[in-house]
Design a protein around this ligand. Sequence first.
Ligand SMILES: Cc1cc2nc3c(=O)[nH]c(=O)nc-3n(C[C@H](O)[C@H](O)[C@H](O)COP(=O)(O)OP(=O)(O)OC[C@H]3O[C@@H](n4cnc5c(N)ncnc54)[C@H](O)[C@@H]3O)c2cc1C
Length: 413
Amino acid sequence: MNTAIEFLPARCDVLIVGAGPAGAAAAITLARAGLDVVIVDQHAFPRDKVCGDGLIPDAHQALAKLGVLTQVMQQARMANFLTCTSPRGKRLDIEGQLAVLPRKQLDDIVCRAAVAAGARMFAPLRFTELLEEDDRVVGARLRQGSQALDVLATWVILATGAVPAALIAAKMSRRQGPSAVAMRCYIKNEAMADELTQLEVIFHKSLAPGYGWIFPCGQGVFNIGVGVFNVGGGLLGHRATARSTVADTNLRDMFDKLPGLSDSARRLISGGEQLGPLKGAPLRCTLEGALLARPGLLVTGEAAGSTYALTGEGIGKAMETGMLAGESILLAPRLGEAQARSHYQSQIDALRPRFKLYERAQLFSLHPWLADIVIWRARKSPRLRQRLSGILNETSNPGQLFTLKGLVRLLTQ
Ligand SMILES: Cc1cc2nc3c(=O)[nH]c(=O)nc-3n(C[C@H](O)[C@H](O)[C@H](O)COP(=O)(O)OP(=O)(O)OC[C@H]3O[C@@H](n4cnc5c(N)ncnc54)[C@H](O)[C@@H]3O)c2cc1C
């Protein structure tokens, strides 16, 4: 996988920077179509990635499209429910096709599929700057230690995730601060393996605007963490002032509150053994904060903000946008380079309404009593439970559920 850099070619059709789910999905799409693809990452694989490791239905669909779902599910811990705990301690199970697999394993599987499809992977190699001719990107400068290497490419794809350094170097960043930050660790507690079998999220006012989670990875190991979002508002029909909660929050303090808020968290932590340190990372959400394209260059995955606000789920949409980047490049010989770029732009624009709904729904985490209302109503209403499951599975549109009108209807139905 991590081919020695003396074999790094001087030129290729597509150079992909970042071998996370977005970059690897783009690589699979392009390499299967016969293009000469080089994928690089600053870390040697397999590598850890700070994440909740939860695979929601959109990730299942993307993995199926990439042809690796069966392989992933052989290693993953599968689940059928997302259990939401309200601030008042009420629980609601939302049905969905779910799974958990540590990113060290997941990303390795997807990357190996890219290599099996014909992409060549080189790591560790860090992207530092674009190579340009007139206004066009014609390649990238990569570094290993003090050694700099230039690779020319017809297209460069930046799939560098939520840390904005590469975007800034490529002059594609429109926002340096993250949309959210989150922190997690792994805990081994075999005694709870048969008890905590579903994905669990915990809403509480002392975690607002954010939430905690416990996701079972299998073999008695659990991913447990907390995340907090910058919330702009808009749900109640007016634009609330953006609160810079990300900058003001101490995630470790937030994590330490979890045992007091959730009996599962308390027993998991007190009776378990922590594996490795508690680690934090930023998230970029709502398809905002970056330019998507310029001649010779596409930005995809979380670098393009492809993670959902409210939930912080982003693995599925990273792969989906990565595939869209690959498919758009494949149109270039027929439609021309500029049309391929605008195709990509329009495909991403088509995803925006759903991302906007998740952004609006963040008021649920800002005002967790709203979660109390929804959970209280849903426990009594199979129709509402079905609707929430439809949203999770992306088979139905949230519509007005996350608006003032939608909430009033919810209370009066
Ligand atoms: C704590 C936390 C919990 C989360 N939980 C979940 C969850 O449970 N489910 C879910 O769906 N999503 C979750 N997410 C979001 C998810 O992690 C991201 O949406 C997803 O990783 C985005 O994939 P990506 O391929 O765009 O970026 P990444 O997975 O971040 O991959 C980017 C790659 O680019 C490489 N790179 C960056 N800069 C350079 C450079 N200059 N040169 C070379 N390589 C570079 C990095 O090393 C990395 O391998 C969570 C995020 C956090 C922080």
